[in-house]
Structures are given as structure tokens and as C-alpha cells.
Design a binder for this molecule. Structure first.
Ligand code: GLN
Length: 532
């Protein structure tokens, strides 16, 4: 079977929501019973997203197989409700490392190694292998960055070559652009789109479809003008105007005939009636829109200047709230500003501390965890939030002077959180944390067992430090229960305080498993506790 490809490029500027548009198109095709998946190309020089600051680039999304990926992979997983392997996030560094390694091994048999064909071949091979290995009907490949960037040129060239080799009945290019409205009357301006398509054509790619971001639906006359200047027919210019929720984007594209257009271009016939799939998806989207009671959550973290830093946590809270017919409001609070007092947290129904690294803001989070415990406010601590809750309990309940994490204070007298033993010899920062899905055993009769209704779960990880078992008895004596463990009891994965309304810390990242309509269980339990 020949996999069909949809290549998605970006124009005008970054941040247009190319990831959401790619995910939405993939979702539409999945709803029509096609076997689809998505690939994200990131043309930057980092090997993966793991070493990048989330404030600059958004959250690092962790896959089941331990990839530290661009946050778009999370969008794909949530839209498609399917796991995406790390091989689906391709970067310049991965391509070049492999080509340089092959050159050193002499695999090119004396050839002069060049961007075309060696780099482009490596890119094409990766894309084709994914399509073949996963037996896909359609593979969407989103090329990060904006057309005209130097970094993305080899990737766009490789995509152009695939189109030339496989033919236009097997490959479609969709270009995402922007139509701004400048004046009060909101005239839709097409020039940036014209220029961006020209730029794409300069490198040999004529887009088949345009997905145009705009505030209001694209007017017919705007479409006409774009069509004239870009050589894309009017019916293939799609309006991607603002909607209330990103999950409504598949519907607006469907209403404009996107599925028919794609199928026609691919000469696919015999569309399967997919109305049952649609009904299910629409009821999920509807549930996320419900204007109902609001649960107020304070999210206390250190990467607060960019909302995308915690996108999966935000989404997981929304999925959880929707599943109990509630709405959630999330206030992002800078842990750095909480040093003095935590009183402003009292107005919240629940407090969540997400993952994090390093010393900055950590004292504010420790105070937060302590405040939630003292005031009996539902608390969910994720990874760093688990670790700092351990520190707070150690200092204020177990009487452990200056208890700390070796990450924050390497010389602390009570390193209640310490480096994972296998990390002691690690010197490279990239890709060296404890990553990906691991099995966790849950104790009977615990809150965790009640939440998951299972004695075994599989959760994704991303950490270098963990609870120091030397202190286990001291903590248990004072009322903390460690209800989840992994690697035959070597690592503590879940903590709870039974006397508290809801106090749960997890060393793993439950947010990466949450999907619309299928909330991750600990989030659901947390939001339920916060709303009761
Ligand atoms: N910095 C901590 C560690 O490495 C927590 C990591 C996280 O929150 N993802 O263990």
C-alpha cells in the first residue's frame, strides 16, 4: 500500500497555530477511518527539545518511548488519541549526526557528502520508513519554522523531492499563512500571504491548499484575491478563523469541504460513512465547552511567562473538569513571587505544582506545598511538585532541619530528594534523565488505588532526582504514605497524606496521558476533590 503524504509548511510568521491545524486535518482524516499519523520536523540545531527552556519554546512533551519532544507531538496525541513515538520528531541535529556518523564509517564509499542528496536522502528515508513501518494510509508532516528560514531549506527540499518522486496524486502541500485585519473596518489584507507563497514557489513548491489564519472568517473576495496571486483555486483556500476551542478547528475545516478536497486530490474513492466517529468526537468537543460551575485552580510554577510552558497540564485539567461537567479556571502563579506568604492561595479550590528544574522559585513552591497541607486545600504535585512536597513535609512535620533536594542545595544536611544512583556518572545533560514510561506498583487500600482502580499503572517520567529512601521510616512515622513504587521498591513514585482532604504527589507526569474525553485519573480525582 502506498502511503499518501500531506506536507504542511508555515508562512508569514511563527505562532500561527500550524500544530493545531495539522492536528485538526489529521483528526478529520482519522474520523473518516483513515489510518493516520503526524510527524513534526524541527529545523533547529538541538538534538531534541530536552535541553530547551520551556519559557522560550513551550513545554517539553515526553513520549511513551522516552522522547523529549516538541509540544506539537502532545497536540497530535491529544487530537488523535494515539501514542506518537519519538521518531516522529525530526530535528536537524538528528539528521546531520546520522550522516556524519555514516561518513566516518565510510558508508558513502568515497563520495563527496552533500546536503543534496545525502542530507535530503536521510530526511526522506526517515519519513518513508515511518509511513511504511506503521502501515499508514496518510502521514502528515509538519515542517516547523517559516518559509524563508535558512534552517528549514534542506527539509523543504526533501519534501519537494518526495512530491516529484511520488507524484501529485500521492502528495499534497498545505501552506499555513496569515491574513491580518488592520483598520477598524477590519479589511482583510492578503499581501503577507502573497509574499509567503512566492517564497515557497521560489524553492520549487506550489501549495495545493492554503490554510489561512484570520480573526473573522475569510471573505469570498479575500479568497478570490489570494487565489489569483497564489495560483491556488478559490475552493482550496480555507479559512482558519478564531474559534472558542482548538478542538473546534476540525469542524470548521470539514464544513468548508476539506475532506472532500483532500480525497479528490488523492483520487481516493469509496468514503466510509464515519458519522459514528463524528458523533463521539463532537460530544467530547461539546463537553469541553460546557459553561458550568467553575473550579478555581492555582498552578504555582516557575515558567509562568509563557502559557505554553505547561500546555499538557492545562489541557489535562480541562479534560478532568469536563468529565465531571465543570469548568476550570487556572491561574498561573509565579513561585518566585510567593516567597513572603502564601495567603493569596487561600482563595483557590485546589493547588497544583507542575514539573520544574533548578533553584529559582523553589522556596516559594515549598511554602505552597506546606500551605496546601496546613490549610487542607487539595494538592496535586507533579514531579518537582512531588519532590518539593517531600521537602516541605520533612521540614515542617518530620523535623528534618533544612531538608532539601540535592538539586537545589547539593550540601544540604538532609538530602530527602537525591540524585538517582544511576545518574551519578552522567555528565551529558541532553537525553540523560530517567525518561519515558515505566511500570508502577500501587498499594492496596490507598488513595492511589482508589484513583486508578488498579495495582499496576504505566506512566511517563522525566527526572534526575528522587525520594531518598534513607528517610522512608521518618516520613511514614509522621503520616506520609508512599503508595506507589517502581523497580521492585527501589523508587518511590506516589505520596499521599491520608488525614488530608486530598494530598497527592506523583514522581511521574500524568499530564502526558490525558486526552479529551479520557482524562488522566489523578487529574480527575484532584479536580473532583477541589470541586467538592
Ligand atoms: N528537577 C527534578 C528532577 O530532575 C524534577 C524534574 C521535573 O519536574 N520534570 O528530578
Amino acid at each position: 500500500m502506498q502511503t499518501k503524504f500531506i506536507f504542511i509548511t508555515g508562512g508569514v510568521m511563527s505562532g500561527l497555530g500550524k500544530g493545531v491545524i495539522s492536528s485538526s486535518i489529521a483528526k478529520l482524516l482519522q474520523l473518516t477511518d483513515q489510518k493516520v499519523s503526524c510527524v513534526k520536523i524541527d529545523p533547529y540545531l538541538n538534538y531534541d527539545a530536552g535541553t530547551m527552556n520551556p519559557i522560550a519554546h513551550g513545554e517539553v512533551f515526553v513520549t511513551e518511548d522516552g522522547g523529549e519532544c516538541d509540544m506539537d507531538i502532545g497536540n497530535y496525541e491529544r487530537f488523535l488519541n494515539q501514542d506518537i513515538p519519538k521518531s516522529h520528531n525530526i530535528t536537524t541535529a538528528q539528521i546531520y549526526s546520522r550522516v556524519i556518523e555514516a561518513e566516518r564509517k565510510g558508508e558513502y564509499l568515497g563520495a563527496c557528502v552533500q546536503i543534496i542528496p545525502h542530507i535530503t536522502d536521510e530526511i526522506k528515508n526517515r519519513i518513508r520508513n515511518i509511513a511504511q513501518d506503521e502501515n499508514l494510509d496518510i502521514l502528515l508532516v509538519e515542517c516547523g519554522g517559516t518559509v524563508g528560514d535558512i534552517e528549514s531549506l534542506p527539509f523543504l527540499e526533501a519534501l519537494r523531492q518526495i512530491r516529484a518522486e511520488d507524484g501529485q496524486e500521492n502528495v499534497i502541500f498545505i501552506h499555513v499563512t496569515l491574513v491580518p485585519s488592520l483598520d477598524v473596518v477590519g479589511e482583510q489584507k492578503t499581501k503577507p500571504t502573497q509574499h509567503s507563497v512566492q517564497e515557497l514557489r521560489r524553492i520549487g513548491i506550489q501549495p495545493d491548499l492554503l490554510a489561512v489564519r484570520c480573526v473573522q472568517p475569510l471573505l469570498e473576495k479575500t479568497k478570490k484575491k489570494i487565489s489569483m496571486f497564489t495560483n491556488v483555486s478559490i475552493k482550496d483556500v480555507f479559512s482558519c478563523h478564531d474559534v472558542k476551542s482548538i478542538f473546534m478547528v476540525p469542524q470548521i475545516l470539514y464544513d468548508q469541504g476539506l475532506v472532500d478536497t483532500v480525497f479528490k486530490k488523492f483520487a481516493k474513492v469509496g468514503l466510509i460513512n464515519a458519522s459514528a466517529n463524528w458523533d463521539k468526537w463532537n460530544s467530547i468537543v461539546d463537553s469541553l465547552q460546557k459553561p458550568a460551575d467553575i473550579v478555581k485552580i492555582a498552578m504555582v510554577g516557575k515558567y509562568v511567562t509563557l502559557a505554553d510552558s505547561y500546555v499538557s497540564v492545562n489541557q489535562a485539567l480541562k479534560h478532568a473538569a469536563a468529565s465531571i461537567s465543570k469548568n476550570v479556571s487556572i491561574d498561573l502563579i509565579d513561585s518566585d513571587t510567593l516567597n513572603g506568604d502564601s495567603k493569596k492561595l487561600a482563595e483557590y479550590d485546589g493547588i497544583l505544582v507542575p514539573g520544574g528544574f533548578g533553584i529559582r522559585g523553589s522556596e516559594g513552591i515549598i511554602k505552597t506545598a506546606n500551605f496546601a497541607r496546613e490549610k487542607n486545600i487539595p494538592y496535586l504535585g507533579i514531579c518537582f511538585g512531588f519532590q518539593l512536597a517531600v521537602i516541605a513535609f520533612g521540614r515542617h512535620v518530620s523535623g528534618l532541619n533544612n531538608a532539601n533536594s540535592a538539586e537545589i542545595d547539593p550540601k544540604t544536611e538532609n538530602p530527602v530528594i537525591d540524585l538517582l544512583p544511576e545518574q551519578k556518572s552522567v555528565s551529558n545533560m541532553g537525553g540523560s534523565l530517567r525518561l519515558g514510561a515505566n511500570e508502577i506498583k500501587i498499594k492496596d487500600n490507598s488513595l492511589a488505588f482508589k484513583i486508578y482502580n488498579s495495582s499496576i499503572i504505566n506512566k511517563r517520567h522525566r527526572h534526575r532526582y528522587e525520594f531518598n529512601k534513607k528517610y522512608l521510616d521518618t516520613y511514614i512515622e509522621k503520616g506520609m504514605v508512599f503508595s506507589g513504587e517502581s523497580d521492585n521498591g527501589k523508587r518511590m513514585e506516589i505520596l499521599e497524606i491520608p488525614s488530608h482532604k486530598f494530598f497527592l504527589g506523583v514522581q511521574y507526569h500524568p499530564e502526558f496521558n490525558s486526552r479529551p474525553g479520557f482524562p488522566e485519573e489523578s487529574f480527575k480525582a484532584f479536580v473532583s476533590a477541589a470541586s467538592s
